[in-house]
Design a protein around this ligand. Structure first.
Ligand code: SF4
Length: 185
C-alpha cells in the first residue's frame, strides 16, 4: 500500500468521515473569503493569532500553503436534530476537535514534523489570548482556520475528492494538513 493509501486508511480508522489529497498548485485564494471573515459572523475576527488579521496578509497565507507540495484534507460528519440545532453544531465541532490530535499524530509519524495545519474557526486555547500585544504562547500547536488563509473550503474539498456537505440535518467540519510529499511517492 502506498503512503497516501496508508494515510487515508489510518485517518478513517481514527475517526475521519472522508479524506483525500490535492496538490497545493490547485489552491486559489480568494479575497472574498477574507472579506467574509471581516464581517465577523463567527465572532473570531481580530481576536487571536489564528484568524485575520493576525494570520497576516492573504499573499503571505498563500505563500505559506504553497511552500508545501500537497494538502491532505479530512472531514467529520455529525447528525443534527434540525438545521437550527446550534447545540448539535457545537457538539459536532467538539467531536471534530477530539478526532484531530490522533490524525495529526499519525501524520507526524508518517511525514515528519514539517506540517502546516489549518482547522476550524479561531483559537480559544488560552483564557486570554496574547493577541495582538505579544507572540502566541503555543505557536507549535496554533492551527489557524482554513478560511483565514483565503481558501474556499468547498472548492478545496472538491479538489481533494471529498464532500463539503453531507446531507440534510448534518454538519461537516474540515481540517487541512500541508506537507511535502516524499519524492518516492
Ligand atoms: S494558543 Fe493562546 S496565545 Fe496562541 S492564538 Fe491561541 S489563544 Fe492566542
Amino acid at each position: 500500500m502506498d503512503l497516501r493509501e496508508q494515510i487515508k486508511e489510518a485517518a478513517l480508522k481514527l475517526g475521519a468521515y472522508e479524506c483525500g489529497f490535492a496538490p497545493t498548485s490547485e489552491i486559489r485564494v480568494s479575497p472574498m473569503v477574507r472579506q467574509l471573515c471581516e464581517k465577523n459572523a463567527c465572532g473570531a475576527y481580530n481576536k487571536s493569532w489564528a484568524c485575520p488579521p493576525g494570520v497576516g496578509p492573504i499573499d503571505e497565507c498563500e505563500a505559506r500553503m504553497k511552500a508545501y507540495t500537497t494538502v491532505f484534507m479530512f472531514s467529520t460528519r455529525h447528525e443534527l436534530e434540525d438545521s437550527y440545532d446550534f447545540e448539535g453544531m457545537m457538539a459536532g465541532k467538539d467531536a471534530h476537535a477530539a478526532v484531530e490530535p490522533g490524525i495529526y499524530l499519525m501524520l507526524r509519524e508518517k511525514l515528519g514534523d514539517d506540517l502546516l495545519i489549518l482547522s476550524t474557526e479561531g483559537c480559544k486555547r488560552c483564557k486570554k489570548c496574547t493577541y495582538p500585544d505579544a507572540p502566541c504562547r503555543f505557536p507549535e500547536s496554533l492551527h489557524p482556520s482554513i478560511e483565514s488563509h483565503g481558501v474556499e473550503v468547498n472548492v478545496l474539498a472538491g479538489s481533494c475528492g471529498i464532500r463539503y456537505h453531507n446531507g440534510k440535518n448534518t454538519v461537516t467540519y474540515h481540517s487541512c494538513v500541508f506537507f511535502n510529499e516524499p519524492s518516492e511517492n
